[in-house]
Ligand binder design. Structure first.
Ligand code: NAD
Ligand code: DAU
Length: 347
């Protein structure tokens, strides 16, 4: 089986590529990635020489190149992760998100439609999406697969739009698809613009920990390897035209999470208890900041038998250990353009 994974050099994509390459030596895994600021081949060093792994540098916005790639390889399945993924960047430059997340997804859908037109049997377009398409929750309730879409940021609006196009291609052209909507991921290899790796890096460097607003925003956190396991499960056992919500059953208010992270950082860095917490600094809130996300993952749990494999405390500890052991990786990604981004976002 030939599988195209888009965005495989990014955070979640690299864990999905590794899991597929190692678990299924009989599959040919093609990783298509444009290597934007978020894409990093260092994430895949350990598997780059495996005979069933192939890297293709390419942009999903380039329709002609995508069509040529499909014509050359005849992929049977696509796992589509390539995207602009950071909410704060989407607030500064919405168009970049429309281009890649909406138009890029359309280019892939068109290539699949053309390549598979004679026989949809055994084919699958698996679209990786987010719980942010559902908007925000109040104090109670959970996002289910039936929750209406209500996106609030340019990022979530672009992901919602791409989800709608995937579904529309299924209804209109019969394209076989599945969508999964996952909650906040954390773990090794996450670019330090997102809350957890940014705060780990700032604790190491003894820089302020910029908490947006009052810190009373809630997210549902999932260890990235558990997300990759869920994607594997859905790829092999999910039903066509279905949506699966994936989450950690693990809600944390940002401030509580940051305090736990600070406690673990103090212990691991051998610092006095409470010293990282003194770095917490309240900064201007994110515009349109969603109050609370929480996923009802009972469908994937009861129908496909998936559940998270680690507790948050274990996952966070493993994540911090990874960043402390991979300072070369961290130094590479925080040099150059990262410094400019950081200045603009937090000055
Ligand atoms: P990421 O930003 O770490 O990685 C994105 C990858 O896509 C990078 O390797 C980048 O080079 C590549 N890419 C970007 N634009 C491209 C283009 N035009 N052509 C080809 N490649 C391109 O993102 P992530 O956090 O790993 O998220 C991956 C997917 O999962 C996204 O679709 C995101 O919406 C979704 N998702 C993320 C989370 C999360 O918590 N991070 C949760 C749920 C869903
Ligand atoms: O829910 C899934 C989504 O989770 C994914 O679709 C997105 O790709 C991913 O980026 C993530 O979005 P969030 O906006 O929730 O993640 P982020 O890490 O940017 O922020 C998490 C929370 O922490 C959020 O309430 C904002 C807050 N925050 C974030 C940063 C970067 C801060 O307080 N300070 C910060 O500096």
């Amino acid at each position: 089986m030939k599988i195209l994974i888009t965005g495989g050099a990014g955070f979640i994509g690299s864990h999905v590529v590794r899991l597929m390459v190692n678990t299924y030596p009989e599959y040919e895994i093609y990783n298509l990635d444009a290597l934007t600021y978020a894409g990093n081949l260092e994430n895949l060093k350990d598997i780059e020489d495996q005979p069933n792994y192939h890297f293709v540098k390419g942009d999903i916005n380039d329709a002609a190149a995508i069509d040529a790639l499909f014509a050359a390889h005849g992929f049977e399945k696509v796992i589509h992760l390539a995207a602009e993924s950071h909410v704060d960047r989407s607030i500064k430059d919405p168009l970049a998100f429309v281009k890649t997340n909406v138009m890029g997804t359309l280019n892939l859908l068109n290539a699949c439609r053309e390549s598979w037109k004679d026989d949809f049997n055994g084919k699958l377009f698996y679209h990786i999406s987010t719980d942010e398409v559902y908007g925000t929750l109040g104090e109670d309730g959970l996002f289910t697969e039936e929750t209406s879409y209500d996106p609030n940021s340019p990022y979530s609006a672009s992901k919602a739009s791409s989800d709608h196009f995937v579904r529309a291609y299924g209804e209109t052209y019969g394209l076989p698809y599945i969508i999964s909507n996952c909650s906040n991921n954390y773990g090794p290899n996450q670019f330090p613009e997102k809350l957890i790796p940014l705060f780990i890096n700032n604790c190491i460097e003894e820089k302020p920990l910029p908490v947006y607003g009052d810190g009373n925003y809630t997210r549902d956190w999932l260890f990235v390897i558990d997300h990759a396991r869920a994607i594997d499960t859905i790829l092999h056992n999910g039903s066509l035209k279905e949506t699966y919500n994936i989450g950690g059953f693990n809600e944390w208010k940002n401030l509580d999470l940051v305090k736990l992270l600070c406690k673990q950082m103090d212990e691991k860095l051998g610092r006095r208890t409470g010293s990282c917490e003194t770095l917490i600094t309240y900064v201007k809130d994110r515009p349109g900041h969603d109050k609370r996300y929480a996923i009802d993952a009972s469908k994937i749990n009861s129908e496909l038998g998936w559940e998270p494999s680690v507790t948050f405390e274990e996952g966070l500890s493993k994540t911090i250990d990874w960043y402390l052991a991979n300072t070369v990786w961290l130094n590479h990604v925080t040099s150059g353009d990262y410094k400019k981004y950081y200045e603009q976002q937090y000055s």
